[in-house]
Design a protein around this ligand. Structure first.
Ligand SMILES: O=C(O)CCC(=O)C(=O)O
Ligand SMILES: [Fe+2]
Length: 761
């Protein structure tokens, strides 16, 4: 049993001190009043005309170097207005600022009273920026800087903050006039404002100050924990190289907080989530694992139970849903989606399923509260049921070189198009088998093969190419002989096979040495002929045609396997598997069989014909053999084979016998029929049929009686046309004699003579 998920959970639990070196978010902004000396009230979002006015009253912002403050537009291009000339007020502003400060303090992992001292107003016009620097401690107790972006439209101007090798890029743009974006970071973090490329960035800067005694807060330092997590991830990654590895393909760590779609990103994580993400980001990079933030959706359904509260403790006004509680879960699906990378990017990964053993800790899902729960009352034949959904943010990890294994978990709907794309890119790139792209495609295909759905439950009877054919085509294009062999041996021969795959199989084995090709065909026939006889016969015939004359005899083993599986032979499938069989034999299967065997081993073809002629029930002359011989003669290739000649002779004898039977239209109105019933109406009907004079019989009777008689007529195939006369009650069944039997035989005679002309000619 692997302990990786539990061990990682234990390590992450030691990262108790919440907080990170930075915090960021957005907050609601209710109509603040911003007044600047020399300009007056400033409308928000900022208007271009007012931006110009502001710039006119502001001064160039200096930067500090040692004890000096310097002005240099190559280092900092930005204008500032000092706190004595700026006033921000309005009924709600105080509360907005309190909320921002509280969230910033929480994100930085600081508790105890923290206050924000307004420092200055900054204006970055187009081209404005500030190179990397550290802020100096401007007042005693200051431990961090807080910046808040007032509503104003601009492009660029991201704030980049670095700490101990980590870096975040915070975008404080907010076009929503009712929102303020903020960011806070510890004072000793190097930070930088990237150039504003359009519009105007308007910033309030505050010093965050902690009151009270004790050492000033510092950014959390998880170096030791991080080293341990790194070591654990490396152990996991190494273990994956061993064959008996039983660790999960990926690890899924559920976050504590809920996040809105707008907040969904590494930079916006809160509290302990941010701390865990910080440690994992570093550890994953060092251990060469991929880390993503993703949305986990769990959907469950099952039986609901009546909770029996109705009318008792709860009032009648309770919604009906309150009368039920969820019982046993019958169905559960768990999927990850909405992937985000630590650098803020997204990926094209689609929905990927989660296995239960991938959770960190293993019981992470046990006590979740559903986000939605619905009950359905019992109906006629179904009990009450429930459906519920959970959505949680999660951090997801896998070793970088195992991406394909993880993709494969999502199944062929995701991997086949992905592989197709790789193969196309490889071919466009020159089609070099030594190239990295070929390796990638080979690796992915290997994972797909390992997880290929083995048990289809029943043989595929349709003749359209399936996923297996698509896979084989891709492997053939890659000339990946190793995987072609493995696919045919492990997947196709194991029964994941249908006639529609044959074109792809023949093309695929074309790239193998003929003896290998023959051995694989034998393996496929041995594994599947009992359930897919027609497909195997087709495969053998096609392979025999594709191989050089000198190699055809190599197919002798496959031919014997096919002959052994002839329906009606010894190796029949067990009776309880009988339902799995498609139509037993078809004329095409007989043609393919004799084509294949005839090319490979004539004696075997003769024995197959013995078998067929000895079982007229399985190999019906009219339904199977005559059409088969017709095809073989028509193709003009096989007349010479004595096996075919024997089948032909049997058909000719059968047709001659029937053609010799007298055939004449009935002389009077007597019609032969053996009725399955002797009730009063049916006896009457029998008398009518035997009567040489009467042509019509009318049965006026209730519906049940009429349909019983109709049924007898149908079962006896009596030569009668039936109509219902709806005048008067009860209705009447009108039976009129016809010549259908004679006409049927006449049609048969025409066909027999045509067949005779062809077969005996
Ligand atoms: O404009 C910002 O976001 C940061 C400003 C800054 O770093 C500073 O004033 O020291
Ligand atoms: Fe700064």
């Amino acid at each position: 049993m692997t302990t990786i998920p539990a061990d990682l959970a234990a390590l992450l639990a030691t990262i108790r001190r919440p907080g990170d070196f930075f915090a960021a978010g957005t907050s609601e902004l209710l109509a603040p009043l911003l007044e600047v000396e020399g300009v007056g009230p400033v409308a928000l979002p900022l208007l271009p005309a007012q931006a110009e006015q502001l710039a006119a009253v502001a001064e160039p912002a200096p930067y500090g170097r040692g004890a000096e403050t310097l002005i240099d537009p190559a280092v900092r291009r930005c204008r500032q207005v000092g706190p004595d000339r700026v006033r921000i007020s309005g009924r709600h502003w105080v509360r907005t600022l309190e909320t921002i400060v509280a969230r910033a303090a929480e994100g930085l992992g600081v508790d105890g009273p923290v206050s924000a001292e307004f420092y200055k107003l900054l204006l970055y016009e187009e081209g404005g920026f500030f190179l990397g620097h550290r802020d100096t401690e401007k007042t005693p107790g200051m431990f961090a800087t807080l910046v808040a972006a007032l509503p104003s439209s601009f492009v660029g101007g991201e704030l980049v903050v670095r700490h101990k090798g980590r870096e975040v890029r915070l975008d404080l743009r907010g076009d929503d006039p009712a929102e303020v974006a903020f960011a806070a970071f510890y004072a000793d973090c190097v930070h930088e404002v990237l150039p504003v490329t359009k519009g105007c960035r308007l910033i309030l800067v505050y010093n965050l100050v902690r009151h009270g005694r004790g050492r000033a807060p510092v950014p959390p330092d998880y170096a030791a924990e991080q080293a341990r997590v790194t070591a654990l991830l490396q152990r996991w990654k190494r273990g994956k190289r061993h064959r008996d590895d039983d660790t999960p393909e990926k690890l899924v760590y559920l976050l504590e907080h809920a996040y809105t779609p707008a907040e969904f990103g590494f930079a916006m994580l809160k509290g302990a989530d941010a701390a865990a993400a910080g440690v994992l980001t570093e550890a994953a990079r060092e251990a060469q694992c991929d880390l993503h933030l993703a949305l986990l959706t769990v959907e469950e359904s099952g039986a609901a139970e009546y909770a029996g509260n109705y009318g008792s403790r709860r009032g009648r006004w309770d919604s009906e849903e309150d009368d039920f509680e969820a019982g046993e879960v019958f169905d559960r699906s768990m999927t990850l989606s909405d992937w985000r990378r630590p650098d803020g990017g997204t990926t094209t990964l689609g929905g990927i399923p989660v296995e239960a053993e991938e959770f960190v800790p293993p019981d992470a899902c046990d006590e979740l509260e559903p986000d939605e729960e619905h009950f359905r009352e019992a109906t006629g034949n179904e009990g009450a049921s429930f459906e519920r959904t959970y959505r949680r943010a999660a951090l997801v990890l896998w070793p970088s070189d195992r991406l394909f294994a993880v993709l494969s978990q999502a199944g062929l709907r995701v991997t086949l198009p992905y592989l197709d794309d790789l193969v196309r890119r490889w071919a466009e790139d020159g089609g070099d088998r030594q190239s990295l792209l070929w390796r990638e495609a080979h690796d992915l295909a290997g994972h797909m093969l390992a997880q290929w759905p083995r048990r289809v439950g029943y043989p595929r009877s349709d003749e359209t190419p399936g996923d297996a054919a698509r896979m084989l085509d891709l492997l053939t294009r890659l000339a990946d002989t190793e995987l072609i062999e493995r696919f045919l041996a492990e997947i196709t021969a194991a029964g994941v096979y249908g006639k529609g795959d044959n074109t792809a199989i023949v093309a695929a084995i074309g790239s193998l040495p003929p003896p290998r090709a023959a051995a694989l065909v034998e393996r496929i026939v041995a594994g599947t002929a009992a359930t897919s006889f027609g497909a195997c016969a087709d495969l053998l015939a096609r392979t025999a045609a594709a191989l050089d004359q000198q190699h055809v005899s190599g197919l002798a083993g496959a031919a014997i396997r096919l002959a052994e599986a002839l329906p009606g032979g010894r190796d029949r499938v067990a009776p309880d598997e009988f339902w799995q069989r498609g139509p037993e034999v078809s004329p095409t299967a007989v043609v393919d069989l004799l084509t294949g065997l005839g090319a490979i081993d004539r004696a075997l073809a003769e024995r197959a014909v013995d078998h067929i002629l000895a079982r007229p029930k399985t190999y019906d002359l009219d339904a199977i053999l005559v059409p088969a011989v017709r095809t073989m003669i028509g193709s003009g290739r096989m007349q010479g084979a004595s096996s075919v000649q024997r089948l032909r002779a049997a058909c000719v004898a059968h047709l001659r016998l029937r053609a010799a039977e007298p055939l004449a239209p009935p002389a009077d109105w007597r019609r032969a029929a053996t009725l399955p019933c002797r009730c009063k109406n049916c006896t009457e009907l029998a008398r009518f049929l035997a009567d040489p004079e009467r042509q019509t019989w009318i049965l006026k009777a209730a519906e049940a009686d009429r349909s019983h008689v109709e049924d007898s007529i149908r079962r006896a195939q009596a030569d009668l046309d039936l109509t219902t006369d709806r005048r008067g009650r009860p209705y009447s069944l009108v039976c009129t004699k016809n010549q259908e039997s004679y006409e049927r035989r006449a049609r048969q005679r025409t066909q027999d003579l045509k067949d005779l002309a062809l077969l005996a000619g």
